[in-house]
Design a protein. Structure first.
Length: 114
């Protein structure tokens, strides 16, 4: 998958996690982006373009502070698995909610009973 927002960073090949991309800053901090997280990120870009730079900046701040981060769509079932590496796992709302950037989720089920 192509990630133009992060093309300035080094990509580390991780054969144990072929579906996630591992990026590294020159200073050594690393983060994984799972495809589903990236789709969510693009949803914010589509609906809240004016806030998109703030979201990317916040992601960078979190990675710089925590050194090792996995950005996943599902905290309880991340696609990326790393052992003994002390990665923290974050969802898109862990980034956007503190910035008070919200997108309404209209994909809920029907209000009609069976």
């Amino acid at each position: 998958m192509n990630y133009p927002e992060f093309e300035h960073l080094k990509i580390i090949e991780d054969k144990n996690n072929p579906f996630s991309t591992l990026f590294e800053y020159e200073s050594g901090e690393r983060f994984y982006i799972e495809p589903a997280f990236y789709r969510q990120l693009l949803g914010f870009k589509e609906h809240r373009l004016e806030d998109y730079p703030r979201i990317l900046k916040r992601m960078e701040e979190v990675v710089k502070k925590n050194k090792k981060v996995i950005f996943t769509a599902e905290f309880e079932y991340p696609q990326t698995l790393v052992e003994n590496e002390n990665y923290i796992i974050l969802e898109i709302f862990d980034i956007t909610d503190p910035l008070q950037i919200y997108v309404e989720d209209k994909s809920r089920g029907s209000d009609y009973g069976d």
